[in-house]
Ligand binder design. Structure first.
Ligand SMILES: NC(=O)c1ccc[n+]([C@@H]2O[C@H](COP(=O)([O-])OP(=O)(O)OC[C@H]3O[C@@H](n4cnc5c(N)ncnc54)[C@H](O)[C@@H]3O)[C@@H](O)[C@H]2O)c1
Length: 246
């Protein structure tokens, strides 16, 4: 119960990695806000968290919309009075090679990942500064560090999240707020299940552990970073990739 009594916002917690983070943090004693654009999956995860004996809220939000994010944070504070943990996990990809990237797709992908991460951090930070306590974990990707195939917008957004993580960590460290990034490799989620097998196998062949990861393997690391066991870690990029980037 490393997160007993803590209040956590997890974006994109309706499925995949975000859902596993919500469940892991609830198992560790945190109350969970599922900040999710999908009105079907969000309430399902809310029930799963409540079944573990923790409080849960489902709040519909598009993280790319700063006003919706501000309203979401205000609602959490009015209901629960505090926010200790923020996990920026929401996202999607519209993969394309360089000359095929459409402007609207670039804007949408950078909007959800990079601007969405900034929106959520800006909205929770005044409260965390006042409390002199906060754990912010941003979900980037191995592609943010190394680039990816047919993933121009996605890799750029995820690379931006890495730089944002370090910049924000430098600003907020003096307020006892830890800001870190987790870089998953290929993780088996509903979205990855739809990826062509040929493409998945290509990544697996370049992964020393020779398999995909499970969402729980990312959630374990995120929960550690959200706990006080990671109190002297900030501005770090931690890969959970089976060694892909070595
Ligand atoms: N699965 C992987 O292999 C992998 C690898 C590296 C990084 N990641 C990153 O991990 C995170 C989760 O990945 P996943 O595979 O679980 O994804 P997923 O597509 O299974 O789940 C993403 C969730 O985010 C929600 N979402 C999308 N846009 C949103 C918005 N604007 N506002 C709020 N919620 C929104 C979706 O509804 C969905 O529930 C993403 O940031 C992804 O880029 C995943």
């Amino acid at each position: 119960m490393r997160l007993k009594g803590k209040k956590a916002i997890i974006t994109g917690a309706g499925q995949g990695i975000g859902r596993s983070i919500a469940i892991k943090m609830a198992q560790e004693g945190a109350d969970i806000v599922i900040a999710e654009i999908n009105p079907k999956t969000g309430p399902e995860v809310k029930k799963e968290v409540e079944a573990l004996g923790q409080k849960a809220l489902y709040i519909f939000v598009d993280v790319a919309n700063s006003e919706q994010v501000r309203e979401m944070v205000e609602k959490v504070l009015s209901l629960w009075g505090r926010i200790d943990i923020l996990v920026n996990n929401a996202g999607f990809d519209r993969g394309a090679t360089l000359l095929k990237v459409k402007e609207e797709d670039w804007d949408a992908v950078l909007g959800v990942h990079l601007k969405g991460t900034l929106n959520c951090i800006q909205a929770v930070t005044p409260h965390m500064i006042e409390n002199r306590y906060g754990k912010i974990i941003n979900i980037s990707s191995i592609y943010g560090r190394s680039g990816g195939i047919a993933a121009i917008s996605y890799s750029s957004a995820k690379g931006g999240i890495l730089a944002l993580t370090k910049s924000v960590a430098r600003e907020l460290g003096r307020y006892d707020i830890n800001v870190n990034a987790v870089l998953p490799g290929l993780i088996y989620t509903p979205t990855i299940a739809k990826m062509p097998e040929k493409y998945r196998n290509m990544i697996i062949e370049n992964t020393p552990l020779r398999r995909m990861g499970q969402p729980e393997e990312v959630a374990n690391v995120v929960a550690f970073l959200a706990s006080d066991e990671a109190s002297f870690i900030t501005g770090a990029w931690i890969e959970v990739s089976g060694g892909w980037n070595m």
